[in-house]
Ligand binder design. Structure first.
Ligand code: FBP
Length: 399
């Protein structure tokens, strides 16, 4: 739900309402009619009864205020108390990464780490901002006092948080998704998921059995999406936006650079059940299986539009807002596709399902998948319920 005022059917932001009110004061009769309505709308915006579901000029709903009130209204969401610190840490890291990304060209932060010599566990050349964003997010989480283990796209294996500042949550994250787009200032993002420690790797006294403990913690990290207690992404684009779920709906917070706060702008986001946009890297089509190739031709026959940024966060965010279908299916070259289950597909599936959409490999619900490795890849097809279910049905028929 966006903060706005309505004149006829047109949604007007504060600025627009003020502008109309000012111009109507000098305009002839017809203008005056609009001014009365615009003025009424303006007073509605400024005098709207503060609600936790809507940020207004006089009552901005910050992320922290939202989590506190969400906790007071939903006693069953037992993790929310801990989420205050955790989300404050993640929000701080995202603000920092947003500013680093925005100033990359000005501060020599574009290009490859060590001129291309730094390769991550996936065999990808790390960008300077991949490495920096990873450090920023790790440190923010480390000092939240809630984190026990962190698994990142940029870390070979899960990182244990030292005793002093550790807690019992597990964070999985892609610190800067879509890094191939950074140097061109195209939308990128951060993806994160939060689990509880279910392998007692953080609670048991391991004495000096370090390796055994590391192994146990590795297991603790590899949990199915259904165990996620919170998931989200932060989009770095024309606006910086944090979209998240605690398992009780999806909410969007836009960074207000004038006060440096994420403010609630999208309460209870719902993905349209249908859509007319497909978002796939069609360059891989020749290697897709017949079901996906047939689906693509069906979408084209129906005159759907193709939109593909090449940053999962950007493509999924648009799909959430407008409806449609996004995917990176498996193909002859990469049987399991490209996207990572633990810190890309599972958190994004949590968000999409909480917004009323569907997320699948084509044959399995992604949230049910038990990761076998931290950097395991998985075919991903997600988005509007009716579009994705049609793909699931097509795979069933193809069996
Ligand atoms: P990283 O940038 O975090 O490695 O993520 C992978 C990614 O960039 C996704 O964001 C995006 O959806 C996909 O790869 C694009 O892949 P391709 O360039 O093969 O279409």
């Amino acid at each position: 739900m966006q903060m706005a005022a309505f004149v006829g059917s047109a949604a007007l932001g504060c600025g627009e309402v003020r502008a109309r009110a000012a111009s109507a004061r000098t305009a002839p009769a017809a203008g005056r009619r609009t001014s009365r309505r615009a003025a009424a709308a303006l007073s509605m915006v400024t005098s709207a009864k503060p609600s936790r579901k809507m940020s207004t000029e006089t009552s901005p709903v910050t992320l922290t205020r939202f989590i506190i009130e969400e906790g007071m209204e939903n006693a069953d969401l037992i993790h929310l108390k801990d989420m205050e610190n955790l989300m404050a840490a993640i929000a701080l890291a995202c603000k920092k990464i947003s500013s680093l990304v925005a100033r990359a060209g000005l501060s020599n932060l574009t290009g490859l780490e060590e001129g291309g010599g730094s390769i991550n566990v996936q065999g990808e050349e790390q960008k300077k901002l991949d490495v920096l964003s990873n450090e920023v997010l790790k440190n923010a989480l480390r000092f939240s006092g809630k984190m026990g283990i962190m698994a990142s796209e940029e870390e070979d294996k899960p990182v244990l948080v030292d005793e002093l500042t550790s807690g019992s949550y597990i964070a999985v994250f892609d610190p800067l998704d879509g890094s191939s787009n950074i140097d061109a200032n195209i939308a990128t993002g951060t993806i994160f998921g939060i689990f509880e420690d279910n392998a007692e790797c953080l609670t048991q006294d391991w004495e000096d059995r370090i390796e055994e403990r590391e192994l146990q913690c590795m297991y603790g990290t590899m949990q199915p999406g259904t165990n996620l207690v919170a998931s989200g992404y932060c989009l770095y684009s024309s606006a910086c936006m944090l979209v998240l779920t605690f398992g009780n709906g999806v909410h969007g917070f836009t960074l207000d650079p004038t006060i440096g706060e994420f403010l609630l702008t999208h309460y209870d986001m719902k993905i349209p059940e249908d859509g007319k946009i497909y978002s796939f890297n069609e360059a891989n089509e020749a290697n897709w299986d017949p079901v996906m190739r047939d689906m693509l031709s069906r979408w084209k026959e129906r005159g759907y539009s193709s939109r593909y940024i090449g940053s999962m966060v950007g493509d999924v965010h648009r799909t959430l807002m407008y409806g449609g279908i996004f995917g990176y299916p498996g193909d002859k070259k990469n049987k399991t596709g490209k996207l990572r289950l633990l810190y890309e597909a599972a958190p994004m599936s949590h968000i999409i399902e909480q917004a009323g959409g569907v997320s699948t490999t084509g044959t399995e619900r992604i949230m049910d998948l038990n990761p076998q490795a931290v950097h395991q890849r998985v075919p991903v097809i997600l988005g509007s319920k009716n579009l994705v279910n049609e793909v699931v049905e097509a795979y069933k028929q193809a069996k």
